[in-house]
Design a protein around this ligand. Sequence first.
Ligand code: ZN
Length: 220
Amino acid sequence: MNMKQISEHVFQCEFELDLSIRMPIHTWLIKDDEDVYIIDTGIEKFADDLIKAVLSIGTPKAILITHGHHDHIEGAAKLVEKFNIPIYAHQKELIYINGEAPYPKKDELENTGVAHIVQPLTEQTIAYLPIQYYLTSGHSPGHVVYHHEIDRVLLSGDLFITSQEDLYPPIRKFSVDMNENIDSGAIIDEIKPTLICSSHGQSLFYNDQLYKKYVWNYRD
Ligand SMILES: [Zn+2]
């Protein structure tokens, strides 16, 4: 695991998954004075390293999940057990996280290890944090992105796969509705963050041509 500070309050933890292709998995730690908020938790075998990373920078307060796919939530059970902190995701994601319905286009129920303990995100949840969440449905029905409003860093989960220059769609096979996902990407032109950080790609600086080009290339 490799942790780097990407802005005054945001740290990115990078784990490598050894598949046929090398794929990074990112989780993020948001520091607010001594408090630490964990955005996504990676897979279970990374959880111990993530726990160490959290404790090295402050006191964990809550876990915020972008969506319920296993490479974002599987580590959560261990973190919840260790830290005894609340965990949140979008209301629309909860039936899948709870294993009450399979994700659309899938047959199997998810086994996230945190069924029925994830609470719905509300304005209240993050009222005292310099973070805002935005629903960006498409990759999954309740996918959200998190924006750190002081640092202007957008943690975009699986909304895009990113290189240092460009936006690409997430893996089609794992996405419920690709056109809806691409339309949800318009959020970057609304927020205009300084930096965009995705779960499985490199960080890139925002500019107002990025999304236009992406739509041109990938929208049906
Ligand atoms: Zn995903």
